[in-house]
Design a protein around this ligand. Structure first.
Ligand code: NOJ
Length: 579
């Protein structure tokens, strides 16, 4: 295979590619009177990466007790829901996305009693809890896989995808994390290949097997009965497969999702899941990845289809992967097209960071000391003023930046490490690879949360599992809490503004000054309330032409305090007016 998929360092980009290729703008009519209000549309989701949030027992790894000790902090942010990355039992090949027991807690993180306390503590504070559910694949250390692997006649054999070797080698399938980019792994024990779209330790579950599906619905019920408030369905677009595994056509790499995702029975399974599980609870369900077109995304989340509730698409994240920068015109175009396509049905997530991508400020803003604060605040303003449910990644509220490790020894992520080793085996440019990882590696977003200026940023009393960003002396929660003009306090203000103004949740979005390469300007409108948002995405002074007379406008927020009186915007300035 010679294609970009096999170029080292493209694994992460591929995660983001999962996405793309959206057709022309959908022309559905906007009907803002029919708001179809839901709690999860109004939610502000805080994504919490447990491994790096707060370590309570000094082993260098964040844990549930650590999160519990910070519940009042989470509450103080004003967020209304937490999305917790996987906390289930796992050997941690992919930081918990390889689950070995869906009804138990990872030892590093604590116990089920800790989980119950955490859930109670969140609910007492009026905060919902959304769990990450990883059921496209399990760990190879899950009992199901151990049984499945043990013999061709095991009752668990069909819980996974096996291809007996006497049928010949199965048609090639690409794998996200495999060192050889090969999704079929030969296993001599039963002389067969098993499928793993992610790492070798993440075998794909066989959703075509009704018994497997019932097992998963039982697991969902187990957590929902505890009172959790929803699931983020990890990589679920890959769950259904054409089990004849036909040869892939030339050029399949250009649209991975088309050939790997949205399999033949995906919607049948989601409808079944919805009927048997989701419909019994008042929860939110999120589709991680939303197919390869607006139609796919609508088919996953439109209310009348009774499948999932909201799409978490990646087209926006695919912009900005080039360290040299990105075009704001492309950025505006993506968000405008998606907004328009979902204006009257379906619902979207809005985010600029998570545990799979670099830090928001380093990727979309500017983490140079001169601009880190202003650009963090500006990006926060964008997230909190767009239609869709905002997902805000922990640490971004402090303006945490990429760590930029320059040695492979510092990286912990399987994607970064396998990409490096694959390249090294081929004698490739590993130095260039590290340069690329400094910008794009997932580990940039996984460094410990910076609580204060004491050792290890107050994250742990032990040795942190991944190095702490050395900017913690300045960028930390304690310092920012005290500083009225900090990124943290700005975040709280904008969160409050969104909560007080439903126009930011449900209001019609209109792009202004479309061709302006520096400024993102738009209005949000609902039942006679109109807001104007002006965002300078550049490090230079910018001008705008919105055609709106601001004489009577009321200034709601400005990340610099006061706007210029000539209408220009300072570097990374963000302003919201009520018109
Ligand atoms: C998406 C998750 O966000 C990512 O961290 C993980 O590696 C893959 N799915 C596989 O589960």
């Amino acid at each position: 295979m010679t294609n970009t998929l096999h170029k080292p360092g493209t694994i992460l980009i591929l995660l983001l590619l999962s996405i793309l290729c959206c057709p022309a703008q959908n022309k559905r009519p906007v009907n803002i009177n029919n708001l179809n209000k839901k709690w999860w549309k109004e939610a502000i989701v805080y994504q919490l990466y447990p491994r790096s949030f707060k370590d309570n027992d000094g082993d260098g790894i964040g844990d549930l007790k650590g999160i519990i000790s910070k519940l009042d902090y989470i509450k103080s942010l004003g967020v209304t829901a937490v999305w917790l990355n996987p906390i289930y039992a796992s050997p941690n090949d992919d930081n918990g996305y390889d689950i070995s027991d869906y009804r138990n807690i990872m030892k590093d993180f604590g116990t089920m009693a800790d989980f119950d306390h955490l859930l109670k503590g969140l609910h007492l504070r009026g905060i919902k809890l959304v769990m990450d559910l990883v059921v496209n694949h399990s760990s190879d250390e899950h009992e199901w896989f151990k049984q499945s692997r043990s013999s061709r006649t095991s009752p668990y054999r069909n819980y996974y995808h096996w291809w007996n070797a006497e049928r010949g080698k199965p048609n090639y399938r690409w794998s996200f994390f495999d060192i050889n980019s090969e999704a079929w792994k030969y296993d001599s024990l039963t002389n067969a290949y098993y499928l793993h779209y992610f790492s070798r330790k993440q075998p794909d579950l066989n959703w075509e097997n009704p018994k497997l599906r019932q097992e998963i619905y039982g697991i969902m019920d187990f957590w929902l009965k505890k009172g959790i408030d929803g699931f983020r369905m990890d990589a679920f677009q890959f769950a259904s497969k054409d089990t004849s595994f036909p040869a892939l056509p030339a050029g399949y790499q250009k649209n991975i999702i088309k050939y790997y995702g949205m399999g033949p029975h995906l919607h049948d399974y989601l409808k079944e899941m919805n009927k048997q599980v989701f419909s019994k609870y008042n929860i939110m369900t999120v589709a991680e990845g939303a197919g390869s077109s607006f139609t796919d995304a609508h088919n996953l989340v439109d209310a009348q289809r009774n499948e999932l509730d909201m799409a978490y698409h990646f087209e926006g994240m695919d912009i900005g992967n080039d360290p040299k920068g990105y075009s704001l015109l492309d950025f505006k175009n993506v968000y405008t097209r998606w907004d328009s396509a979902f204006a009257s049905s379906g619902w979207l997530s809005i985010f600029l960071g998570n545990h799979d991508v670099p830090r928001m400020v380093s990727k979309f803003g500017n983490d140079h000391p001169e601009f880190r604060e202003a650009s963090s605040k500006m990006l926060t303003t964008f997230i909190m003023t767009m239609r869709g449910t905002p997902y805000y990644y922990n640490g971004d509220e402090l303006g945490m930046a990429n760590i930029r490790f320059d040695s492979i020894q510092d990286y912990k992520d399987i994607a970064a490490i396998n990409g490096y080793n694959a390249l090294k085996n081929k004698g490739g440019d590993v130095k260039g690879y590290i340069e690329q990882q400094k910008f794009i590696s997932r580990d940039n977003a996984r460094t410990p949360f910076q609580w204060n200026d004491s050792a290890n940023a107050g994250f742990t009393t032990g040795k942190p599992w991944i190095k702490v960003n050395q900017d913690y002396k300045k960028v930390n929660e304690k310092a920012e809490e005290k500083d009225a003009s900090s990124v943290l306090n700005y975040f709280k203000k904008v969160v409050k503004l969104r909560k007080q103004n439903p126009v930011f949740v449900y209001g019609k979005y209109t792009l202004l000054d479309k061709g302006n390469p520096d400024v993102y300007a738009y209005t949000r409108e609902l039942n006679g309330v109109k807001m104007l948002v002006l965002l300078n995405f550049k490090s230079t002074i910018a001008t705008i032409k919105t055609g709106i007379n601001l004489n009577k406008a009321k200034l709601l927020i400005d990340n610099y305090g006061t706007p210029n009186n000539d209408g220009s915007l300072k570097p990374y300035e963000a302003v919201i007016y009520k018109l």
